[in-house]
Ligand binder design. Structure first.
Ligand code: SDX
Length: 393
């Protein structure tokens, strides 16, 4: 029932790991968090409830969820000195390095939450990260548009608070659009964990040296920033915008992809594990029409994305390479419709992935068999040779 499997010791040296958190079947397009299908969680759960499930392993009772929510709401403020960090960043700084810098700095402000083997300190660091990352993300956005930073309003939920801090102004009241909040809550659920992807593996590898949770998650944010990983949602919008501006349409672009022109990829397509349709992409696409209609989206880009998908899914080049849309293909269109600039898209991915990083780090730290990450290599350099003086070189 628990799916516990036994592994030969050799398995552990193959760069793989064991985990009880998330299950993916890349060929069947299956994704489950702690055994629960992503389709059910996206439909019926909330991001905070899913975060609790990933971190503690079970769906919370109402009492447990209320206590979790209340603990988080007591930590949404940043230390005033950390808030001043944002004055120092250049106006045009990309919000992802701002995010990783601020998260790394949390370990200087909250030194009572750094011991990976002190249960209370791990709990405190967990709640602080879940509470403060939305504030840090909203501040990174406000900084980039030169607007004042708003304090969190703890009468609001986590997602509503983030939207208010991102789009609200001190000069006037801001009403969070419940449809926007619900759509963002669902997108955060879809991003919450994904087994041993690049950024999660980074969090585990850094944590395996017994680095604290803040330092490990900061490293994960930097790994997610890459355009082949979390940065792809920004790259998809840039690809669609470029297609729209340059004209030529979908067929001309697909031709360039198939010709393997340098730097020309079908961003938002392909996956290291899914060799079938990413179940998350299917869920995002299913709600994209509804959400974009509600938010008055740029329908032209959505139609362009759908045309691109239709052409790619009927083209032998992509079919033979098992290239299907991944989670990043449609999400950017929704984020754009919400009012976020493309540079904030990967920040939104990080907000979603945070509970997964925390859950995976805690699982790794709590596992007594965990050893420090130390991948081996196949040496392809010179055989032994002698040093030569300058005259012989
Ligand atoms: C995420 O791991 C995770 O779980 C990640 C993630 C998560 O939730 O954490 O799911 C989130 O990162 C999703 C992926 C987002 N990235 C992109 O959309 C960027 C574009 N996609 C790729 O660059 C690529 O598909 C990868 C990196 C995602 C996966 O690459 P693979 O599986 O290693 O495939 P590959 O590089 O070995 O390519 C196989 C073939 C090659 O062609 P040939 O050399 O065999 O002729 O497919 C081609 C590649 O050139 N190919 C693509 C392509 N992806 C692969 N060709 C065009 N466009 C693409 N997107």
């Amino acid at each position: 029932t628990t799916g516990v499997i036994t592994l030969d010791p050799g398995f552990m040296n193959t760069g793989s790991t064991t985990s009880a958190i998330t299950y993916i079947d890349g060929d069947a397009g299956i994704l489950r968090y702690r055994g629960y299908p992503i389709e059910q969680l996206a439909k019926s759960s909330t991001f905070l409830e899913t975060s609790y499930l990933l971190i503690y392993g079970e769906l919370p009772t109402q009492t447990e969820l209320d206590a979790f929510t209340s603990r988080i709401s007591r930590h949404t403020l940043l230390h005033e000195d950390l808030k001043r960090f944002f004055d120092g960043f250049p106006r045009d700084a990309h919000p992802m390095p701002v995010l990783s810098s601020a998260v790394s700095a949390l370990s200087t402000f909250y030194q009572d939450g750094l011991d990976p083997f002190n249960t209370e300190q791990v709990e405190l660091a967990t709640v602080r990260l879940l509470a403060k990352l939305p504030t840090i993300a909203a501040y990174a956005y406000k900084k980039s548009i030169g607007q004042p930073l708003l304090y969190p309003d703890n009468s609001l939920g986590l997602v509503e608070n983030f939207l208010r801090m991102s789009f609200g102004f001190p000069a006037e009241p801001y009403e969070v659009d419940p449809k926007m909040a619900k759509a963002l809550d669902q997108l955060l659920i879809l991003h919450a964990d994904h087994e041993q992807n690049c950024s999660t593996s980074t969090v585990r590898l850094v944590g395996s040296s017994h680095a604290n949770l803040f330092a490990s998650v900061s490293a994960g944010i930097n790994a997610l920033f890459g355009p082949l990983h979390g940065g792809a949602n920004q790259a998809v919008l840039e690809m669609l915008e470029k297609m729209r501006v340059e004209g030529g349409g979908v067929d001309a672009f697909v031709k360039r992809v198939k010709n393997k022109e340098p730097g020309v990829k079908l961003m938002g397509f392909g996956h290291r594990v899914y060799k079938n349709y990413d179940p998350r992409a299917a869920l995002v696409k299913a709600t994209a029409d509804e959400v974009l209609a509600d938010l008055g989206a740029d329908d032209e880009l959505l139609q362009l994305a759908k045309q691109l998908e239709e052409v790619a899914l009927s083209d032998e080049y992509f079919i033979s390479r098992k290239l299907y849309p991944n989670v990043d293909f449609y999400t950017g269109l929704i984020y754009k419709a919400m009012g976020f600039p493309t540079r904030m898209f990967t920040v939104l991915f990080a907000l979603g992935r945070l509970p997964g990083w925390i859950a995976q780090w805690r699982e790794m730290i709590a596992d007594p068999t965990t050893k420090i990450g130390r991948p081996r290599q196949v040496y392809t350099g010179y055989a032994e040779r002698d040093w030569t003086g300058m005259a012989e070189r």
